[in-house]
Design a protein around this ligand. Structure first.
Ligand code: C2E
Ligand code: CA
Ligand code: CA
Ligand code: CA
Length: 274
């Protein structure tokens, strides 16, 4: 059996080498992309369902690679997390997002995604507070979106970083809510201001069981005084269901697609004038 295993390895070796090399090439390109200014942010509007007002936008990272074309964040963020590049890249995104929000009408929220790797790296709270100070955006207008994986290791350092951020008025949102493990326990232990219902639930709301889950999450948020945002809202039917169930905020293609900084600024200004 042992020699069989060796034969099998020999059989797959060329394919394995190709995978390792492709991955290595991606890491090299990704590393060079930040100094070459190949990254950019799009902004997707977020709406208050009851009033219909746009209350802010989420920053979404884009990589325009001359060699690879546009690479989706789901393809490069995990690699950047593994190499550690996400720390300077995430800091760049935070500063860039705050700079953009500084020219929006006052009071609008800017949401920025934060990786677990960033949160666990030293000095994260300091770098966020410095980005705010540099841009002049008030802390109360910044929302950091984290996923449950951040909370999973229950480290004291993460908890204290989140508390520090919240103490200065920054809001913490739990992203992709419902897709991880034991989400409910985290709501009790960690300071969270908002939960974002994952778009897979919103997509399947036509299904009775999924609709029940969405209603339950909204009810839970309302009970705990946590704002609930639905992600991936694409149809009027979905929006109506969310409104009927007391969901406060919606984000998705129906409300607005991710757009360039200049376009979102124009949209926000036009809305503010109404
Ligand atoms: P996410 O934070 O859950 O972001 C929402 C994703 O859903 C975005 O994908 C957005 O373009 C997409 N989306 C928005 N509305 C709709 C809709 O109505 N229907 C559908 N089907 N999709 C919709 P995107 O831009 O490809 O980003 C993917 C993920 O990459 C994000 O998921 C987030 O986890 C991560 N990401 C993006 N930017 C950053 C960043 O600056 N830092 C970190 N750490 N992660 C980021
Ligand atoms: Ca997000
Ligand atoms: Ca999400
Ligand atoms: Ca996601």
């Amino acid at each position: 059996a042992k020699s069989e295993g060796r034969n099998l390895y020999r059989f797959f070796e060329p394919a394995m080498d190709a995978i390792v090399q492709a991955r290595r090439a991606l890491e090299v390109d990704l590393d060079a992309a930040l100094p070459r200014q190949e990254f950019d942010l799009d902004f997707q509007p977020i709406m208050n369902i009851a009033s219909g007002e746009i209350i802010g936008a989420e920053a979404l990272m884009r990589w325009h690679s001359p060699a690879r074309g546009n690479v989706a964040p789901d393809a490069f963020i995990p690699v950047a997390e593994e190499t550690g590049l996400i720390v300077p890249l995430g800091e760049w995104a935070l500063r860039q997002a705050c700079a953009a929000a500084a020219s929006w009408p006052p009071g609008l929220r800017i949401a920025v995604n934060v990786s677990a790797v960033q949160l666990k790296s030293g000095g994260f709270a300091r770098s966020v507070i410095s980005a705010l100070a540099f841009s002049g955006v008030p802390a109360g207008q910044l929302e950091l979106e984290i996923t449950e994986t951040v909370l999973m290791d229950e480290s004291k350092a993460v908890l204290s970083t989140l508390r520090q951020l919240r103490d200065v008025g920054i809001r913490i949102a739990l992203d992709d809510f419902g897709t991880g493990y034991s989400s409910l326990g985290y709501l009790r232990r960690f300071p969270v201001d908002k939960i974002k219902i994952d778009r897979s639930f919103v997509r399947d709301m036509g299904n009775r069981d999924t609709a029940a889950i969405v209603r339950t999450i909204i009810g839970l948020g309302n009970e705990l005084g946590i704002v609930v945002t639905a992600e991936g809202v694409e149809t009027e039917v979905q929006l109506d269901m969310l409104r009927d169930n007391g969901c406060e905020e919606a984000q998705g293609y129906l409300i607005g697609v991710p757009s360039k900084a200049a376009d979102i600024q124009r949209l926000l200004k036009a809305r503010a004038l109404r």
